[in-house]
Design a protein around this ligand. Structure first.
Ligand code: UD1
Length: 420
């Protein structure tokens, strides 16, 4: 069993290049299924979820090559439309292959996706959208079979909630469907815009991505971008390294990030008393004194405060002077990190959607298990600022979303190592 061992209390210092976004590279890899030419991608983070998506592409008959953060994907010979349950369960994003396969082959067989345990994660909006576009769907013993022998047809789809995954799935299904698709109340996350930009570079006709109404005019087929397509920076990984600095102290310069995607996140670090300046694609952060509690943090869809940063920002607030209230509005079971933080000495009361964090003078190292991807990252942040040694197991959950986390933090002065 692998574990991360962290000796806390060492201030950070140095420069961190922020990785490409996990939640952008996965739908773009699924979109490659629709491309009739070889696709070149850059800034793809080396995370286990990316390898999971590559395994799915290979199992469908695609060819995937990788050289660090550069990838080449050739789906010209895709000859299968079913994904094994083992591959489906590796991550939540596997469901995005449904729209892509329906667009490519007019059918697909898959099962319910895996991913972090954040409470119930239904896919009803994905399925009803496919049905509305003309797919016949059966769901027996958890095996979902979709087929539209004549292909999908564009239509008007109004989402009851701006789901990121459902918006992506509908986009992927719509780009080669017959006629026009209009998605209203769709998700506005930067990762949606990245996917739309990729599809447009492949020849798709899409308008309005980044807003709450997207219009897609179906085209016969997609080609590939002329140039290598760059995946956008990971705003949650950037937030994680800012939190590491808030916990451990010191100063960091983040490069290759997109501060415009972090407008709901950066002011919270300033409220905590951190010195934060962004310029171009860089963010400089410095801890100048003790931390202060923040105003109530309510997770919301973009451009609101992201649920994926909730655990991560809770870590420094555990030692901030005063009380911070969290309200988690997106997922039902997203306070599983609070147990580990409490064992490190934090004062947290969590019930239902609300967690109340009252700052304590210091945290101390402890042994704990990563409960999920971002919860695991939060424990890493807290451990960097805690006195003594922390050991974190279930590192495979953290590796789903972070490229070389221990190497990056070590290079910035942290004492962190991985025991294999
Ligand atoms: C994506 C992100 C995840 C992030 C989340 C919210 C990826 C790979 N994952 O997940 O990191 O935390 O957005 O920003 O991009 N829902 C339904 N029915 C559906 C679909 C969703 O009820 O058919 C509900 C979910 O249970 C949840 C809410 O809608 O309560 C938001 O989910 P959604 O935006 O779909 O998240 P994901 O795409 O799974």
């Amino acid at each position: 069993m692998q574990k991360l061992v962290i000796d806390g209390g060492r201030p950070l210092s140095g420069e961190i290049k922020v990785q490409g976004a996990k939640n952008a590279v996965l739908p773009v890899l699924a979109a490659c299924t629709l491309c009739s030419r070889e696709v070149r991608l850059s800034n793809c983070p080396c995370i286990s979820d990316r390898y999971g998506a590559a395994r799915i592409l290979t199992s469908l008959g695609g060819k995937v090559r990788a050289d660090g953060t550069d990838m080449t994907v050739d789906c010209t010979d895709i000859d299968s439309s079913s994904i094994s349950s083992e591959l489906m369960r590796t991550m939540r994003s596997s469901i995005i292959f449904m729209g892509a396969l329906m667009g490519r082959t007019g059918k697909c067989t898959l099962c319910y996706p895996g991913g972090c345990d954040l409470g119930p994660r239904p896919i009803d909006m994905h399925l009803s959208a496919m049905k509305k576009m003309g797919a016949v769907i059966t769901d027996e013993h958890g095996i979902i079979e979709c087929s539209a022998p004549e292909g999908l047809t564009g239509c008007k789809i109004s989402l009851s909630f701006p789901s990121v995954g459902a918006t992506e799935n509908i986009l992927l299904a719509a780009v080669t469907a017959k006629g026009e698709t209009v998605i209203s109340n769709c998700a506005r996350e930067p990762e949606i815009t990245c996917l739309a930009d990729f599809l447009i570079a492949c020849g798709a006709h899409i308008n309005g991505a980044g807003g709450s109404r997207i219009t897609v005019e179906g085209v016969e087929r997609l080609s590939a971008p002329r140039e290598s397509f760059a995946i956008i920076p990971d705003r949650i990984a950037a937030a994680t390294y800012l939190s590491c600095c808030a916990c451990a102290g010191g100063e960091l310069m983040l490069t290759d990030c997109c501060p415009a995607h972090m407008e709901a996140i950066l002011p919270l670090f300033e409220q905590m008393g951190m010195y934060v300046r962004s310029f171009g694609s860089n963010i400089y952060i410095q801890k100048t004194g003790g931390l202060k509690a923040a105003d109530t943090i309510r997770t919301m869809v973009y451009p609101g405060f992201p649920t994926d940063a909730q655990a991560i920002i809770m870590a420094p607030l555990c030692t901030a002077e005063g009380t911070t209230v969290f309200v988690e509005n997106i997922f039902e079971n997203r306070y599983r990190h609070t147990g580990a933080l409490s064992r490190m000495g934090a004062d947290i009361r969590a019930e239902g959607k609300v967690a109340v964090v009252t700052g304590v003078p210091a945290l101390y190292g402890a042994a704990s298990e990563a409960p999920d991807l971002r919860g695991g990252a939060a424990i890493v942040c807290a451990a960097l600022g805690a006195s003594g040694r922390s050991e974190i197991t279930r590192t495979e959950l953290i590796d789903r979303g972070y490229d070389s986390i221990e190497a990056i933090l070590s290079s910035a002065g942290a004492k962190i190592s991985r025991i294999i």
